[in-house]
Design a binder for this molecule. Structure first.
Ligand code: FEO
Ligand code: CA
Ligand code: CA
Length: 625
């Protein structure tokens, strides 16, 4: 039987504690009407001031252009191939080389962090833009289609990773600072990265190139990420498996590689020219990817570090928050159908008074995985060697084994299989946690559960986690929390989508396939979508969505992207008056020669280019007001 959202909400409400019911009923707000009930109750409990959205929604359409709401301006700031490092050559898509790419902005920008200058300030007009480059799409990058040569693979290895650029706001808009001392490229070819934490130095991380198991060249598949309260940036290594061939057949890594998704593919573009990416020859190499990477953008010479304590899987993100006990929680989704939601809690408290004391804070702590029950309880199950089934009998001989094979460990603990957990946002006002579940076409009717009420989940949904409060602050290290569903995404005019929004949502107030997200300082959730063109034929974009007040769960579109593009990395300046977005893979599904859009340059012979776009309000006001 497939339960409806209303059934489940009713079931959970019926089990809630007497005090909660009495308080809610006394407030006269406990209508059993899905999303509405939570909004009214939360508003009465916490009394937040809910800012009103003041912009006109961009229609659900799609063409070759980027659209923003009237009264807003979108400015292209950085595109694939634009110079980053001093002396970098200008972009020429017909004359690209690894050497040129090494100094230029990478391909398919994703996560964005705005890090104010000076460090530690709340400056909103000058800072570092720290940007992930997730992957390269050869059909759109190379004029000859998908070339496979040593040279083209070297270009690819240089085109992924991360960029740091210095930017400032001028009277004419935002501009990059030339020859900045902060300018940096991190790539998959030759950036030296340290491995730290419980798995560092383990034999399963040692290779012929690195007998120490503590040093790896490069990072890639950097999807979303996070930033820490002490001024460092976190990069999430996500779909690294696509670059490897082989499964380590006949080696002790076979189970591990199969679980993480490595295929028996004979060759990938990368493995053909770089033996590092052939797991048949080098079965431990894949174990050196799938981690969270931390680096200091304020120090150009700083060595990035893979923090193994946060586990190894297809990390979508690394969203941090200081909990009521002063320790750091890092939330992350594992972006694959039927995978899990994780939380790391540091052993030590964050020292805001002494940032350098947090340098290795992410090396010690407990990683947990979420199990959701139909009564609205969420349990965080610790992934600790020796506890429960995480023992030699199941192939775990150390904490390093648990962290290298995080997914298998989570399977054994009975975690809840989710519909592709992507980005996570933490509301700065309430401390509530929001998880974007992008979709899961594979879920059958028999596999529906309280947190996944739809088989063939086409539109995705958004999970809300409510940590308990201690002295009014959210306790992000508690063993249990409550959970709810903010909205079931989909087009309400398509019955098969089974969409469900807040009671004030109008016909056009909908979205599909929530992926990345961000909160502004006023506690509004901003949701970026991926794959809307495939689900509904409309453009991906960015939606503002109140999570409190009468407009709770009523999304409104601010940005619509050009054909083929996915919106990633939404990021606000501290004053919420500038919004940065990543326009990733415009023209996806077409080719360099015949792209479905030539955004943003619209030069007759040039391909589409992924880019960072700056959005400001023409009156200088707060985005969304
Ligand atoms: Fe790279 Fe899950 O998006
Ligand atoms: Ca994503
Ligand atoms: Ca995605």
């Amino acid at each position: 039987m497939t339960l409806t959202l209303s059934d489940l909400i009713e079931e959970r409400i019926s089990r809630r504690g007497a005090m909660e019911r009495i308080a809610a009923t006394a407030a006269g707000v406990y209508a059993l009407s899905g999303c509405a009930s939570r909004s009214a109750r939360v508003m009465n409990q916490e009394g937040p001031k809910v800012p009103i959205l003041g912009f006109t929604a961009v229609p659900h359409e799609m063409d070759e252009f980027l659209h923003v709401s009237p009264g807003y301006t979108a400015q292209v700031l950085m595109r694939w191939g634009d110079p980053v490092l001093p002396g970098a050559e200008p972009f020429d898509p017909y004359q690209q080389t690894p050497e040129k790419q090494a100094g230029q902005f990478g391909f398919n920008n994703d996560f964005i962090a705005f890090m104010p200058l000076p460090k530690g300030s709340q400056t909103a007009t000058h800072g570092l833009l720290c940007v992930n480059h997730e992957y390269i799409a050869p059909d759109l990058a190379f004029p000859e289609g998908t070339p496979v040569s040593s040279e083209s693979v070297s270009i690819e290895l240089q085109a992924v990773g991360h960029s740091v650029i210095e930017i400032h706001r001028t009277k004419k808009g935002w501009a990059t600072v030339n020859d900045s001392r902060y300018a940096r490229r991190i790539n998959a070819a030759d950036t030296v990265i340290r491995i730290s934490g419980p798995a560092a130095g383990h034999s399963r991380l040692k290779t012929i190139d690195d007998p120490s198991g503590k040093r790896v060249l490069g990072t890639f598949a950097n999807c979303a990420g996070g930033q820490t309260p002490w001024g460092t940036v976190l990069l999430a290594e996500e779909n690294f498996h696509y670059s490897f061939s082989g499964t380590g057949e006949g080696t002790p890594e076979e189970r591990n590689h199969a679980r993480i998704g490595l295929k028996r593919t004979k060759q990938t573009r990368w493995s053909r020219f770089d033996p590092r990416f052939d797991a048949s020859q080098r079965p431990t190499e894949p174990n050196r990817y799938g981690w969270i990477v931390e680096y200091d953008p304020y120090d150009q010479e700083s060595v990035p570090v893979k923090r193994t304590a946060l586990g190894r899987f297809k990390h979508e993100c690394a969203t941090t928050v200081i909990g009521s006990d002063g320790r750091l929680a890092v939330y992350s989704g594992d972006d694959k159908a039927f995978e899990y939601i994780y939380r790391f809690v540091s052993r030590d408290k964050v020292r805001l008074d002494k940032p350098e004391a947090n340098r290795d804070l992410l090396d010690d702590g407990v990683l947990s995985v979420a199990r959701l029950s139909a009564d609205g309880t969420l349990e965080w199950l610790p992934l600790v060697y020796g506890q429960g089934p995480l023992t030699p009998a199941n192939g775990f001989n150390s904490q390093a084994d648990v962290l290298i094979e995080t997914r298998t460990a989570a399977d054994l603990l009975g975690a809840t299989k989710m519909d592709r957990p992507e980005d996570v946002g933490v509301c700065p006002i309430s401390g509530r946690v929001y998880v974007m579940l992008t979709q899961n076409k594979k879920r059958t009717a028999e596999q529906t559960d309280a947190a996944h009420t739809r088989a063939q989940n086409l539109g995705g949904h958004i999970l809300e986690i409510l940590p308990p409060k201690v002295d009014g602050k959210a306790d992000h290290s508690a063993e249990r929390a409550r959970w709810d569903v903010l909205l079931l995404a989909g087009d309400p005019s398509v019955p098969e989508h089974g969409a469900h929004y807040g009671p004030r949502a109008q016909a056009d107030d909908w979205l599909v396939n929530p992926d990345n997200c961000a909160f502004d300082r006023y506690g509004r959730l901003w949701i970026a979508t991926d794959m809307a063109p495939r689900t509904t034929g409309t453009a991906d974009g960015l939606f503002a969505c109140p999570i409190d007040g009468p407009d709770r769960a009523r999304p409104r579109r601010l940005v619509a992207l050009p054909k083929g593009a996915e919106l990633c990395g939404p990021c606000f300046t501290p004053d919420a008056r500038t919004l940065f977005i990543s326009v990733q893979h415009p023209a996806e599904g077409s080719t360099f020669d015949k792209p479905s859009t030539r955004w943003p340059d619209f030069r007759a012979d040039w391909p589409a280019r992924a880019a960072v776009v700056v959005i400001t309000k023409d009156d200088g006001g707060v985005i969304g007001d």
